[in-house]
Design a protein around this ligand. Structure first.
Ligand code: HGY
Ligand code: MN
Ligand code: MN
Length: 424
């Protein structure tokens, strides 16, 4: 039996091995269906096999490690799913996503080593597309597992024009076998995910872990502003139709509207912007920028989007430009099931680690998995709440305690299943 400290030390070593599998030049960048994703998926498969799991890859590239039930019971034909993602943003930290896969493998390994009997199977899942950085899609692999993949997502193109379905074939996946990746609802018990908090709440509370109540809904747009190119030296300011100056005004309204939504933890980000023609002495004719907007409830987020649309049109009319908003992703606020929250609260109580509950501002694969089964998430304290940044950090002790809490939560679910046998 390993102590939380030993589990945390092993987790740290596994994260270090994964962090070396990158396509980045001196940084951690592992995009969906990239060479680094292939290498990381194969590495995770090796760990799963060493843990005694039966390993396979599904049509969308998700790595699946399967453990069979070890105790009799009416839940024998059901599976508890534990997972997270192994794709990253650009210049990423090593914990976001990967910690959840590592924790799942260590928990199953330790449950077996401790002789803990489970009346249901466990599948550990390593998803490949949670960040949605390479293609204008997101949650493609977990959506396929949940049976809710939008088929047109496979036609998405990356910045180099590569179509997702072609990249999937090159990766070793099968775009024609998407439906085979889906679980049947009746065969699943629940989906659990361990993830760094990516925020400052647990650190401020002095707690190593917290129980997630809901995952913030989010909407993502590609916004195009069309003006008119002109000579930077000859066109008077009053006669310009400057797409970038108009965009700047729109960006300030984004910040203004998001600040006004503070009561709903509203946040809005312009993460990417491209101006054309991009010459120093030419008035920008066209700008394409992204908008990512989130809040703790759907209504205020949708109201903020409507407000922004009105403000963008007013700016466009006044400046003689046009603006179009194309939504390429939206996920409603996802609740974490009370029964799974209670399993994690009980585990935290067993370990004297408090019972802090908190909402997630970050999106997660749970948005997709909620279409299949109940979702539960456990957050791990991370230093200064930093994430999507190589400075991302979680201590060995906190990671070990999170694995221990996951093990105890699974034990609680096993006790529930053994007594009820129905959907726990
Ligand atoms: O954007 C998010 O919230 C997640 O990290 N993909
Ligand atoms: Mn993540
Ligand atoms: Mn992330």
């Amino acid at each position: 039996m390993r102590t939380p400290g030993e589990l945390g030390t092993r987790a740290e070593a596994m994260l270090a091995e994964l962090a070396a599998l990158t396509d980045g030049d001196g940084n951690l960048t592992r995009l969906y269906l990239s060479p680094a994703h292939r290498a990381a998926a194969d590495h995770v498969a090796t760990w799963m096999r060493a843990a005694g799991l039966d390993v396979g890859f599904d049509a969308l590239g998700t790595v699946r490690g399967r453990a069979m039930p070890t105790a009799p019971g009416r839940a024998g034909n059901k599976r508890l799913l534990i997972g997270s993602h192994i794709d990253t943003v650009v210049n990423a930290g090593r914990h976001d996503g990967m910690l959840g896969v590592v924790a799942g493998i260590l928990a199953v390994e330790e449950i077996k080593a401790r002789g803990i009997q489970l009346p249901f199977g466990v599948d550990v899942l390593a998803f490949g597309d949670e960040e949605g950085v390479r293609f204008p899609t997101t949650l493609v692999s977990s959506s396929a597992v949940a049976g809710c993949l939008v088929p047109s997502d496979l036609d998405a193109r990356d910045a180099d024009g590569v179509v997702l379905r072609d990249a999937l074939v090159a990766f070793g996946g099968d775009p024609e076998a998407v439906t085979s990746a889906a679980y049947a609802r009746e065969e699943t018990l629940a989906y659990l995910e361990v993830h760094i908090e990516q925020g400052p709440v647990l650190e401020a509370a002095g707690l190593p872990i917290g129980i997630v109540t809901s995952i913030a809904g989010q909407s993502r747009f590609s916004i195009t502003v069309m003006g008119e190119a002109g000579h930077a030296g000859t066109v008077p300011m009053a006669l310009r139709r400057d797409a970038l100056a108009a965009t700047a005004e729109m960006m300030l309204s984004i910040e203004d509207v998001a600040r006004a939504g503070n009561a709903h933890q509203m946040v809005a980000t312009v993460g990417r912007l491209a101006a054309k023609p991009g010459a120093v002495n030419v008035i920008p004719a066209e700008v394409v920028f992204t908008l990512d907007i989130r809040a703790d409830a759907d209504a205020p987020r949708l109201a903020a989007i409507a407000e922004l649309e009105t403000r963008f049109r007013a700016v466009a009319a006044r400046r003689g430009v046009t603006v179009t908003m194309e939504k390429f992703y939206e996920s409603p606020t996802t609740p974490c099931a009370p029964r799974l929250q209670e399993a994690f609260v009980g585990a935290a109580r067993d370990l004297n680690l408090g019972e802090r509950r908190l909402a997630s501002g970050a999106g997660h694969d749970g948005h997709a998995m909620h279409h299949l089964t109940d979702v539960g998430m456990l957050f791990v304290r991370c230093r200064s709440g930093i994430s999507h940044n190589p400075a991302e950090f979680a201590t060995i002790d906190d990671m070990g305690l999170a694995v221990e809490a996951l093990i105890k939560a699974v034990e609680r679910l096993a006790a529930d299943a053994a007594s009820s046998g129905d959907r726990i």
